[in-house]
Every structure is written in structure tokens, then in C-alpha cells.
Design a protein around this ligand. Structure first.
Ligand SMILES: O=P(O)(O)OC[C@H]1O[C@H](O[C@H]2O[C@H](CO)[C@@H](O)[C@H](O)[C@H]2O)[C@H](O)[C@@H](O)[C@@H]1O
Length: 716
């Protein structure tokens, strides 16, 4: 089956795409059919390059008009290209070494976002694979992924990937966006420009993959997360009217942190090439808006609940919508036959002990060390829990290593040893750290037996651990509509106030994770609460989490995305600027670009003219230290003023003293200093101007009187 994307790549690859199973035999293991493979093909339109980087190009008006009439408010039948650093598929080399097998990554949020889209909206993914595919096999792998999963892989050379991902992403952006200045002695103490260059180059390679499959007039491109902040600029440069959306999954830091980034303007300007930018929380959006205001002088406006930034005539929408979990997937996992057995095994292992649970990536910002210290403190200040409470910490290894991470792991190990030595006894280890990635079912089993989940991250964009926990604790009760007799779920949460999900969980006990004593108190309070209180809080959370799931999030984003792009083809667009300064200037269709010739012609034809001139940036360069006008400017002013048809004024925020001194040699020039608070003008010119206005008014009044007279006399 051929879709538009398929045929596009076909043009490019020019190879044999008939083989459905790369590697001989089973091919992409399981799940290929979960894609959009069954959808009927649609006629493909040729893509058009609309501007050349760095030039000033007016788009062809006829085309804009014809497309405008095509624009429909519904998204049905449109195509969405989801771009992210990694594709939502897992790849593995076959055991026999011949080829690869692939499967959907059901833990990936990108895989589930399709649930919120219209049924007939085709989805295509562009991103890199987690597997290391040798160059000789890349074409075949790309072909298999496209056919079976609608995925377009971006293969970055290893060296580039290291400097892009392990370099700029993980050493600069990840710490900075999580409130840590990355320019520490560990990182050479300064900004590494070559890593930034690798980041830009990697983003460019992603843009090339997108462009290969893009139909710029039909497609929506939705970019995800901090790895691809430079991508909007590359796409906008090629396609002035392309619909570009972006969602940032990590936090956006306060402008006081962000402004330390040497490439701060480049990144902001690139994001402003989007049509809609999404954040999990109001705070992240607020930080972004204040960066735009403080660093680029761009202010936002809020109208009827929508926030927008005016960027050279284009409105860039801001969307605040936290992501959710996939309810359908979790509920089907809850019915998995293995779950019951695993829950029974864990219950047996923990033998009626109260389990507090942590599920985090092994990352320096997850506050795992702080959680363990708080648990130790709880055992000390509330000894009743000694022998009765256990902290189970699941730490997903994330790959990669750094000095910070090694130190953290050593500290965690040392703390666990100390606590277990002090409070442990035969058959009782108070702290258990599991340093491996658990299967989804194992994770569900731990959630099911946990009395409380503790998230003590010092920063996290969202964090969906509490959401998964709440749904698991609701268990099958959530699936059962049989009425009042069903068991009531209960769950308790201690969550850091520095994570994105915190504002949505009003029944959780919120803590400052840096305050070990108060986190210890919160842990004690959580597990000691009455069952009724735990149930009430749980039910409130469950109602929210189950109704604000991942499909709710993607549906809402796409709805606003479509709305933000609705009048794209009704505007006139010009691409201007170089590099990250590139932007599209969008104007109403009735606007005409002024040319010097037309201005000169109109100037000559006019009988009286008012000429208002700004000073800085108009008569003297903005950047110069010496603000005194040179002789040419003074002589030009006198030439303009000498023409009796002209009234010439300088309108400036500058003080009257300097302006008056500088333009002393131009006695007929009007000056409005300090934004018009002080005025200097030649009374003769004002008299002439007033006379002109007066004579025009007198003429108008006369015309009106004649008209009224005619009416009264019944003359038509
Ligand atoms: O480690 P990376 O490959 O660079 O990816 C960063 C993290 O991405 C995902 O987390 C982010 O998105 C989540 C959903 O919106 C959000 O809850 C979290 O706060 C974000 O950081 C992924 O879940 C993490 O494992 C990655 O480390």
C-alpha cells in the first residue's frame, strides 16, 4: 500500500520497496499493523520551495488565493508529521545477525498521542533510532521502518550524535533547563561552541528528513522537546507557510537562568518560527514569555483565553497543557494475567510492611538521594515505622555517564548501606534500590502494593509516575461499573513542588525536596492518614488523571494548532534575514510593499506633506556612541524644510537640550522632544499649516451647507 509519504521517499530512494520484510522472515516484530498502514492513499501534491535562505521573496499571490479557499476548519484527512529525537520504535539486531526486527515502543508518549487525533489523520514519525545501524544497512532499515511503521529514521554519524546529544543536549540544555548553570569547572568552565554547532547541524539533518517526506501545503509538523529547538528555523526558511507546532517536555527556566545561555537569542528566534508552542505549566510559559520580552523586546497579548506573541505580523500561539498517560494501555496492562501473580509475590516478599515507592530515571535532577535521606529521617523521628516501613526505589538506568552521576550513585549506595545497617534486621531491609529497567507489568505490580509514591525531583518537566500509580491503585475497580459494592481505591502521594505535575495533584502532599525534615514529615503523614482520607484524595486524583489522559492532551494541542494556522494562506509572506535572524513577515493581503520609485512619484505629486522623523536608528545609527548628527543630515533637514510644501518634525524620546543644540542650524525644523512633552516649531509654519487645515475645513463646511440646502429644497 502506497501513501503520499511512501511515494515521496520512493522518488528519493529510487530503490526496490516491494520487500515487506527486511532481514528475511519475521521482520518488524509485532505491531506494524498498529500504524496507519490500512489508510487509503491520497493524491500527492508536489512540494514547493518558497524562499531561498537570506533573500527577500514575495510569494505568488495566485497560489495563495487558491489555497485559501481550500482551507477547512476540520483536520480530518490531513497529515501530521511528528518529529522527535527518538522514534517510538525499538530496534534489535536479530539473534542470527541477519537484519533487524522492530516493534512499537509502547512506553513512548509519541506512540500514544495518535489516540487523540481524528481517525483519518495520517501520522508519520521522523526521529533517530536507539539502535546503532551500520551505514551499509541504513537504507534497508529506513525502507522497512517507513513501510511498516510510517517512521523516517534520521541516522546521525556517531561523532555528530555524541556532540549533539551527549554534548549540547545533555551538558548544556538539560542542566540549564533544570536550573543548573552548565558552565561548571567539570565542563571546562565555559560554553562549548563546537557542541552548539553540532546541535545546529543535527537539527538541520532532522529538517532534511522532514523535508524529504513533506507536503508543505497539507501537512502539520509537530516537533517535540529540547533536542530540536533549532529545527523550526530550518523548516520555516524553506517553507514560509508551513504549519509548525512545538511542545517542550522539559521545564523552561526562569529568564534569570536562561539569559546566561550564549545562544539564547538564536533559540528564542527559532522557536518564534513556530505557529504554536506548548508547555506543561503556566510557569514554564511565563518564563518563556518573559525571555521573549526581556531579550527580544517582544510582548505577548492575551485575547479570549488565547495567548499570542506578534512576531513580524505572524501570531505565535502559546499553549499550556500538561501531558497525561494512556488510560487504555494501562487498563489493559491491569488485566494482564501475569500481574496478579507478580502482585502476590511482592505481597509475600514485603509481608504486610508499608511500602513507599519511588520510580525515577537515574538522573541528577530526580532527587533520589534526597528521598533516601528523608526516609532515614522519618525512621529516626517516627521510630514506630522501624521494622514496618520500606522504601523501594526503582532507578531506571538512562545510559551515559558523568562525574555528577557517578558521585550521585556512590552517595545513594552509601546512604542505603548506612540506613540498612542501622535499622535493618534479618528479613527486613528498610531501603531497596532496584538499578534496572522493569517491565511494564513489574512496574504495575510495585504500584499496586505501594501505600504511597514519593517524587522528590528537584526539577522535572512533568513526571507521570504519580499518574500511573493512581490508575494502578484504582485497579480493576476503575473498569467495573457495577455500582456501590466495588472496592474503593486509595493512594497517597508526596510530590516535589518543583515538578510539572504538582499543580494538577491537589490532594498530594507537596514538599520542597531540599528540606529533608519536612519531606520526612510528609512521608509519615501520608502513610499514617486514615483510609477514608486516602480514598477521598485518591478519587479526586483519579477523576482528573483518567479524564486528562494523553489523547486529551494531543487532541487539545492539535485543535489549537489548527486554529493558529487557519489564516496562513490568506496572508502575504516575505522571508527576511539570515541564519537564526530569519523570520517570515506576514501581512494582510491588502498590503502592498512600497518601492522607492512609487514613494518618489507620490512625493512629487503631493501638494503638502508632513514628514515625521525618528532620531536614533533613523538619522543616526542605533549603535553609535556619538549621537551628534553629521553635516549631511543637517543639510538634508534644511533642504526638506526649504520646500514650502513640507512640514518636517523630529519626534524622539531624547531630551530637548541635546536635540535643540544639534538642530540649531535648522531653524525651520520642528522638534517634538521627550516623546512630545517639549515642542519647538516655527510659528510661521504652524500658521501656514493651520491655515491649510482651516481652508480645507471651510471648504468642507461650505459643501455640507450646500448639501443641506439642497436637501431642504428637495433638489436631488
Ligand atoms: O533523556 P532524553 O532522551 O534526552 O529525553 C529526556 C526525557 O524525555 C522524557 O521526559 C520528558 O517528557 C515527559 C513527558 O512529557 C516528562 O514527564 C518529563 O518531565 C520530561 O523530562 C522521558 O520520559 C525521560 O525518560 C527522558 O529522560
Amino acid at each position: 500500500m502506497f501513501s503520499r509519504s511512501y511515494t515521496n521517499l520512493l522518488d528519493l530512494a529510487n530503490g526496490n520497496l516491494s520487500a515487506l520484510d527486511y532481514g528475511g522472515g519475521g521482520g518488524a516484530g509485532g505491531g506494524g499493523g498498529a500504524g496507519n498502514g490500512g489508510r487509503p492513499p491520497r493524491a500527492r501534491r508536489m512540494q514547493r520551495t518558497m524562499t531561498t535562505p537570506g533573500t527577500l521573496v514575495e510569494l505568488d499571490e495566485e497560489r495563495a488565493g487558491s489555497v485559501a479557499s481550500d482551507v477547512q476548519s476540520s483536520l480530518a484527512g490531513d497529515r501530521l508529521i511528528v518529529v522527535a529525537n527518538t522514534l517510538p520504535v525499538r530496534g534489535e539486531r536479530r539473534a542470527d545477525g541477519r537484519g533487524w526486527s522492530f516493534a512499537w515502543d509502547e512506553d513512548s508518549l509519541l506512540f500514544h498521542l495518535r489516540d487523540g487525533l481524528p481517525d483519518d489523520m495520517e501520522v508519520l514519525y521522523v526521529g533517530s533510532l536507539r539502535a546503532d545501524v551500520p551505514p551499509a544497512e541504513q537504507d534497508d532499515v529506513a525502507q522497512a521502518l517507513l513501510e511498516r511503521f510510517r517512521c523516517v529514521p534520521a541516522f546521525l554519524p556517531k561523532d555528530l550524535c555524541d556532540r549533539f546529544y551527549h554534548g549540547f543536549c545533555k551538558q548544556t540544555l538539560w542542566p540549564l533547563f533544570h536550573y543548573m548553570l552548565p558552565f561548571s569547572p567539570d565542563h571546562g568552565g565555559r560554553f562549548d561552541r563546537s557542541q552548539w554547532e553540532a546541535y545546529v547541524l543535527a537539527n538541520k539533518l532532522f529538517s532534511q528528513r522532514v523535508i524529504e517526506v513533506l507536503n508543505p501545503e497539507d501537512d502539520y509538523v509537530w516537533i517535540h522537546d529540547y533536542h530540536l529547538l533549532a529545527l523550526p528555523s530550518f523548516l520555516r526558511r524553506r517553507f514560509n507557510r508551513l504549519r509548525i507546532g512545538f511542545f517542550l517536555h522539559s521545564p523552561f527556566p526562569s529568564s534569570e537562568l536562561y539569559r546566561s545561555l550564549p545562544v539564547r537569542d538564536e533559540i528564542l528566534k527559532s522557536l518564534l518560527n513556530c505557529d504554536l508552542i506548548g508547555f506543561h505549566t503556566f510557569d514554564y510559559a511565563r518564563h518563556f514569555l518573559s525571555c521573549c520580552s526581556r531579550m527580544l523586546g517582544i510582548e505577548y497579548q492575551s485575547k479570549r483565553g488565547y495567548i499570542g506573541l506578534d512576531y513580524f505580523g505572524r501570531t505565535v500561539g502559546i499553549k499550556i497543557m500538561p501531558v497525561g498517560i494512556n488510560m487504555t494501555q494501562l487498563q489493559s496492562l491491569l488485566q494482564h494475567p501475569d500481574l496478579e501473580r507478580q502482585v502476590a509475590e511482592l505481597r509475600n516478599q514485603f509481608n504486610r510492611k508499608t511500602v513507599l515507592l519511588g520510580v525515577d530515571d537515574m538522573d541528577i535532577f530526580k532527587g533520589i538521594d534526597l528521598k533516601i535521606l528523608a526516609f532515614e529521617q522519618m525512621l529516626k523521628t517516627h521510630p514506630k515505622w522501624q521494622g514496618r516501613a520500606v522504601l523501594v526505589q526503582i532507578a531506571n538506568p538512562k545510559g551515559g555517564s558523568s562525574k555528577d552521576l557517578e558521585e550521585l550513585q556512590a552517595e545513594i549506595k552509601e546512604s542505603c548501606q548506612r540506613i540498612n545497617d542501622q535499622f535493618g534486621r534479618p528479613g527486613y531491609s528498610p531501603v531497596i534500590v532496584i538499578n534496572r529497567t522493569l517491565s511494564s507489568i513489574e512496574r504495575m505490580a510495585y504500584y499496586t502494593i505501594a501505600e504511597c509514591v514519593v517524587v522528590s525531583a528537584v526539577r522535572d518537566g512533568m513526571n507521570l509516575t504519580p499518574y500511573e500509580y493512581i490508575v494502578c491503585r484504582q485497579g480493576l475497580a476503575g473498569l467495573d461499573d457495577s455500582g456501590d459494592n466495588r472496592p474503593r481505591g486509595k493512594s497517597m502521594l508526596v510530590v516535589s513542588e518543583f515538578i510539572g505535575c504538582s499543580p494538577s495533584l491537589s490532594g498530594a502532599i507537596r514538599v520542597n525536596p531540599w528540606n529533608t525534615d519536612s519531606t520526612a514529615e510528609a512521608m509519615n503523614e501520608c502513610i499514617a492518614l486514615s483510609d477514608n482520607e486516602k480514598q477521598l484524595r485518591h478519587e479526586k486524583h483519579y477523576r482528573y488523571v483518567s479524564s486528562h489522559d494523553v489523547s486529551y492532551w494531543s487532541k487539545s494541542f492539535i485543535h489549537d494548532f489548527e486554529r493558529s494556522c487557519r489564516d496562513h494562506f490568506r496572508r502575504k509572506c516575505w522571508g527576511v534575514g539570515l541564519g537564526f535572524g530569519f523570520r517570515v513577515v506576514a501581512l494582510d493581503r491588502n498590503f502592498k510593499k512600497l518601492t522607492v520609485d512609487s514613494i518618489v512619484e507620490d512625493y512629487k505629486k503631493s501638494k503638502s506633506r508632513v514628514i515625521l522623523l525618528d532620531y536614533d536608528g533613523t538619522l543616526v545609527p542605533q549603535t553609535t556612541m556619538n549621537k551628534t548628527p553629521n553635516e549631511t543630515v543637517v543639510s538634508m533637514m534644511n533642504t526638506l524644510c526649504a520646500d514650502k510644501k513640507n512640514v518636517v518634525f523630529i519626534v524622539s524620546g531624547r531630551g530637548r537640550d541635546s536635540l535643540e543644540k544639534w538642530f540649531y542650524p535648522c531653524p525651520e525644523l520642528g522638534i517634538a522632544a521627550e516623546h512630545g512633552y517639549f515642542m519647538r516649531y516655527d510659528l510661521y509654519i504652524v500658521f501656514l499649516t493651520l491655515l491649510q487645515i482651516f481652508s480645507v475645513l471651510t471648504f468642507c463646511i461650505m459643501i455640507h451647507l450646500v448639501f443641506i440646502f439642497q436637501l431642504l429644497m428637495g433638489i436631488s
